[in-house]
Structure formats: C-alpha cells, structure tokens
Design a protein around this ligand. Structure first.
Ligand code: PLP
Length: 421
C-alpha cells in the first residue's frame, strides 16, 4: 500500500474505495464472521470484542473430536497434545508483541495475570512502597492494584499514586509522567500503565516511560488490553519488566479468551523470584514426579498455575495464524492510514471533539469522540444506522477500525453516519 501523508487525504468516497482496491490485506476480511445484521453494517468494536476467525470453529471442533475419541490419552496423543498445548502459541505470540519466545505465555485472564505479576514485581520495602497508576485506569486494574496494596498491609490511599492529565486536558503528556516518576524517586516501587488508554485511545511510549521508571530504581508493568494486536509492540527492546493482555479484543480470540503475559527475559530466567506457584509453572521435565518442591521453569511459563483450558485456547491458534499471515507491521501501517482518514473525515463535525491524540505513535486504531450534546441519543442513532461502536461516560463514543477486517470504505461510511447524527 502506498505511503500517504495527511496532505494526500481526500473527502471523496472514491478515494476510500481506491485505497481498498490497493489494499493487499483486503482478503483477510473474508476470514472473519463479522456479525453484521445487514451487509452495509459496520463493525468498529473490535477493540471490545474482536470477530470470530472462521478457522476457529474447525480447531475447537478438532479438540472436541479428540476429547471424544481419546479421553485422557489426548493429553499426549491428540493432534495438538494438551500437555504442551500452550507451547505452540509461543512463537506467534512472541512475533505479535515483539518478544522472545521464552518471554511470553498464554494463560488465565488479564486481571488474574496482573495479580500474579504484581506478586512478583510489586515488592514494597523500606520507603520504596508507592505504586503509580493513571487516574481513570480501567476499573479492574484499579481494583487489582488497590487490593494488592491492601493485601500487603499498606493503605492504598497513601501508597497508590494516580497520574492525572493537566486541568482541561484528557490525555497525559510524556514529560509530565517522567516528572512525576522523578519526583517519586526512591519511594516508587512499581509503575503500572496502559499501552493504549481504553477511554481516550492514547498510546504510550513504553520504552521511554520504562526508562524513566528504571532510572529511579523501580519496576514497570503494562496493561496491553488495547495494545496487543493493535500496535506494533517491541516489548523485549522496550525493557518493560512485564506486561499483561487479554486476547478477545484486537486479537479476536473469543469472549473470555485466555489472556497473555510478557516477562522480560532478565526476570523470566530468574527462577528465584517470588511468585504464586502452580504445577504448570514447574519445569515440565519434572512436573510429573509430583515432588513437593516447586522447580520453576526458566521461562515465562513459570508463572502459569494450571493446565490450560484447551477449548478456550484453541481459537487463539486460529487468530494468531491470521496475524502471522498478515504481519503486524503491515497491519499497523494500514491502521495508521485508516485512523488518519477517519480523523480527517470527522474534522469539524459539530459538537464532536476527538480526544485521541493525532500523531500516530500516540494512538492505535481507536478514535474516541466526545459528544458535547445529546451524547447518548447520538450514540443510539449511530447504532441504529448500522455503525457498531461503543459508549463510555461522559459522552464518549469509541470507533475502532481494525486493519485485519475493516475497509476504507467503511471508514468513509462511518464518518458519514457520525456527520449525520
Ligand atoms: C484496559 C483493560 N484492563 C483490564 C480489563 C479486564 O480484563 P479481564 O476481564 O480479561 O480481566 C479490560 C477489559 O476490557 C480492559 O479493557
């Protein structure tokens, strides 16, 4: 796809159609069940629940089939042995998030993984007790952080520090984040931030902020719910200590799909780190000796607790195959263009403010629109016109064209629907 600049964009519907014609990723759309009531409907909520890859059904059915044929023998004898099932996800997951294979694991759900990794990486001691979080973080993160701090016998009101945008602003500035981190200095134990903020769509510079956190001797973890499968992440090089994500949004792996975690190799290789342990984190070579002593595997797998839920993991195999075939770099390039076009087409719509920052490194696929008047009613009118999007208080509509299955024509038509709302 040709590289275009903002100056090349056009309001013309034909311009959008021409971009679709040149789009080498266009065939991927037919690999998904887009849940459209009418063929003209538009699915811009892949940031909430990604659509089903058609190949997922066959893989889930194969697992059901192997279970019915083999019973317990399927652990070792099925076509994808359940004993080592999660291992086949390592390479594609690592490619997707820019990590080494031993730095990633598919397991549990996002919030559960956040708890597991805070057990390891939030180690308050002496005056280093503070946990930095953004104000207005996704509620589950706030609950997890507060409850974790309280479980260590500390008062969250005193030990959880919230980063807020400047008065009158919606998004955080890098320099303000850095200044706050420097100010906290040796009182900071852990910073826990989002790769992409769920409400505003702001993307953070993971490497830059991690560097600032490390400079004061603290650890840095990331919630990538809205970043995995969306941004071209480079987790290993970013030096982040850990990250967690869910797979049901941009990763299209199904409702409640199994989540994932990244643990940087300097930590993943350290078998002495404190952690909550379970038998699936034990070295697989000795797992079935059934010893009392836990022997952590020198791998992100060391944080897994239980044998994986095969039926919940199976769709992830189908979805990661789509990402591998499309390539996250190509997807991201298309996404940057889609979002730029959407923003261009929405400029100047009355009573609509785009909260998401404009430069592409500071955002992913999502644009968050603040409706100054009648927000709920206007949102309902978008739904009625066939534009699937979602609403977050106060008056924010989130639109997320996803490059794997959405088209430039849909971007154009979605903007027309918003303009007419
Ligand atoms: C940013 C963010 N964090 C955490 C969660 C919670 O995820 P889970 O229910 O998988 O724990 C979500 C869910 O949408 C989210 O968007």
């Amino acid at each position: 796809m040709a590289t275009l600049t903002a100056a090349d964009l056009s309001l013309d519907h034909d311009f959008a159609r021409a971009l679709d014609e040149q789009d080498e990723l266009a065939p991927f759309r037919s690999h998904f069940a887009l849940a459209l009531k009418r063929p003209t409907d538009i699915y811009f909520v892949g940031n909430s629940l990604g659509p089903m890859p058609l190949a997922a059904r066959a893989i889930v059915n194969e697992e059901l089939d192997d279970w019915s044929r083999l019973g317990v023998a399927g652990h070792m004898g099925s076509r994808r042995p359940w004993f080592s099932y999660h291992e086949q996800l390592r390479a594609p997951l690592a490619r997707l998030v820019g990590a080494l294979e031993h730095e990633v694991v598919a397991m549990n759900s996002l919030t559960a993984n956040l708890h597991l990794l805070m057990t390891t990486f939030y180690r308050p001691s002496g005056k280093r007790t503070k946990l930095l979080l953004e104000k207005g973080a996704f509620p589950s993160d706030t609950y997890a952080v507060h409850s974790h701090v309280a479980a260590r016998g500390l008062d969250p009101a005193a030990h959880v520090i919230e980063l807020a945008p400047r008065a009158g602003e919606w998004t955080l500035r890098d320099e303000d984040i850095e200044a706050r981190i420097a100010e906290l200095g040796d009182t900071l134990a852990l910073a826990m931030l989002p790769g992409v903020q769920y409400r505003t769509g702001q993307a953070f510079d993971i490497a830059r902020i991690t560097r600032a956190v490390h400079a004061v001797g603290a650890r840095c973890g990331w919630d990538l719910a809205h970043a995995a499968g969306n941004l071209a992440l480079n987790l290993h090089d970013s030096n982040a200590d850990f990250a967690v994500w869910c797979s049901y949004k941009y990763m299209n792996s199904g409702p409640g799909a199994v989540g994932g975690a990244f643990i940087h190799e300097r930590n993943a290789r350290d078998t002495e780190l404190p952690r909550h342990a379970g038998w699936w984190g034990n070295d697989p070579k000795t797992r079935f000796r059934m010893d009392d002593r836990f022997v952590a595997t020198a791998h992100a797998d060391a944080w897994s607790l239980s044998n994986p839920p095969i039926l919940a993991v199976a769709p992830l195999i189908a979805s990661l195959a789509e990402f591998d075939a499309a390539g996250i770099a190509r997807l991201r390039a298309k996404s940057v263009l889609m979002t730029a076009l959407l923003e261009f087409l929405l400029r100047g719509v009355s009573d609509v403010e785009i909260l998401t920052p404009t430069p592409s490194p500071a955002r992913g696929a999502q644009l968050s629109l603040l409706f100054a008047k009648n927000a709920r009613a206007r949102y309902e009118s978008l739904l009625a016109a066939g534009l699937a999007c979602d609403y977050r208080e106060p008056g924010i509509v989130r639109l997320a064209p996803a490059p794997l299955f959405n088209t430039f024509d849909e971007v154009w038509r979605a903007a027309a629907i918003v303009r007419g709302s």
